[in-house]
Design a protein around this ligand. Structure first.
Ligand code: GDP
Ligand code: MN
Length: 361
């Protein structure tokens, strides 16, 4: 789950990382009074979940004279398609130099990696591509919860010592928050010292409960519903809904759809031992995706009973055509129920998927 800039900066502030004075507002009418408490010169920063807000017009400078009009302009805008609902009124900084610092997990090396550059503010992907030598990578032993000084020195090199203290605190945030990314881009030098001018914190979704977060607000309503039922669910952009049991069988279903030049709308693995109720929830969930024209239910009955699957499909009663391939325990009874209710049941997954692709032609 991603935190917005203002939330990331509060986390940094709590950890002792210097951040600019600021106040969050939710309406243009509150901008002037916020400015009066923050600074004479401010930047208004749209709190939208996209990178490169600066270039996209989401960060505007303002003073007491211009703040009302500037705030009205910003709240009226869409930044890369997203409406501006929250704005951070932040003291403008006198920037003399920009650095880049982030900590993430290197999955291949199975350990945290600290990225540091004396050339911050730019897009880091561009820097990594064009001038890789300008981006330092320092790996951290995964057992460390505090950064030893020798690592801090390797990270900052000849950059100001103050940055070392910030790197150390940033690592504490990374560990304490179960983060998969913490980033300051840019970390800026100003006459008042080194300050985090921007901030990003992304939590590991598997650690949300440990972090006391009950709901992942980044999920769509359908993804929340899937999570509630324990389905493995990924939305794609095709028109053939897919329900399978077991990740392998479900992936194979997607592969065969692609083989016949169809387009899958999703991946949904109902898991083992799916009863009528779970199947019913799965069918309704997939059917609720806009653009789904047909649904393939491809299940192997082991612990899962085919008659239960049939009952679930019938109870869901969705408007789209459903093509079923089920095999295994109580197969005959499942087939009888489905055919009695005019559902198409085909004996192999190849036939079922070909029929589904045909529906979309
Ligand atoms: P981003 O574009 O979404 O990454 O937002 P940033 O907060 O990083 O701002 C973009 C750029 O605006 C920074 O890289 C700075 O170079 C520039 N900038 C100029 N003045 C200011 C200021 O007073 N505060 C901040 N935060 N950035 C400023
Ligand atoms: Mn930035």
């Amino acid at each position: 789950m991603k935190f917005r800039e203002y939330e990331a900066k509060q986390i940094f502030r709590d950890a002792g990382i210097p951040v600019p004075n600021s106040e969050l507002i939710e309406a243009a009418a509150d901008a002037a009074s916020a400015l009066s408490r923050v600074a004479e010169k401010v930047v208004l920063k749209a709190q939208v979940d996209v990178g490169g807000r600066g270039k996209a017009g989401g960060i505007l400078p303002a003073t007491a004279e211009t703040v009302d009009a500037t705030a009205a302009e910003l709240f009226g805008k869409q930044i890369k398609g997203l409406p501006v609902e929250k704005v951070l009124v932040e003291e403008a900084l006198e920037i003399t130099h920009e650095y880049y610092i982030s900590i993430t997990i290197d999955r291949a090396k199975k350990r945290p990696v600290i990225l540091f550059s004396e050339e911050g503010g730019v897009e880091i992907e561009t820097l990594a591509k064009e001038r890789p030598e300008a981006l330092r990578r320092v790996y951290v032993d995964p057992s460390f919860t505090v950064l030893p000084d020798f690592i801090v020195r390797n990270v900052i090199g000849t950059a100001p010592k103050e940055i070392g203290a910030i790197v150390k605190k940033l690592f504490e945030v990374f560990i304490a928050k179960d983060a998969i990314l913490v980033e300051i881009n840019p970390l800026v030098a100003t006459p008042k010292g080194i300050i985090a001018a921007d901030g990003k914190v992304i939590l590991d979704d598997n650690a949300l409960a440990r972090q006391g977060i009950t709901e992942n607000r980044d999920l769509t309503e359908r993804e929340k519903e899937a999570e509630k039922h324990g389905f493995s669910y990924v939305e794609l952009d095709g028109e053939i809904g897919v329900i399978g049991n077991g990740a392998g069988l479900t992936m194979a279903t997607l592969d065969i759809i692609a083989y016949y030049e169809g387009k899958a709308a999703n991946f949904l693995d109902v898991g083992g031992g799916a009863d009528a109720e779970r199947v019913c929830h799965a069918v309704k969930l997939v059917a609720s995706m806009p653009g789904v024209k047909v649904i393939v239910v491809n299940l192997l009955g082991g612990i899962t009973r085919c008659d239960e699957v049939a009952k679930g499909i019938i109870t869901a009663g969705v408007s789209q055509k459903i093509i079923v391939r089920i095999a295994g325990t109580n197969e005959e009874e499942g087939k009888r129920l489905l055919e009695e209710n005019n559902y198409l049941m085909l004996p192999t997954m190849d036939e079922a998927i070909r029929a589904a692709v045909e529906v979309c032609r």
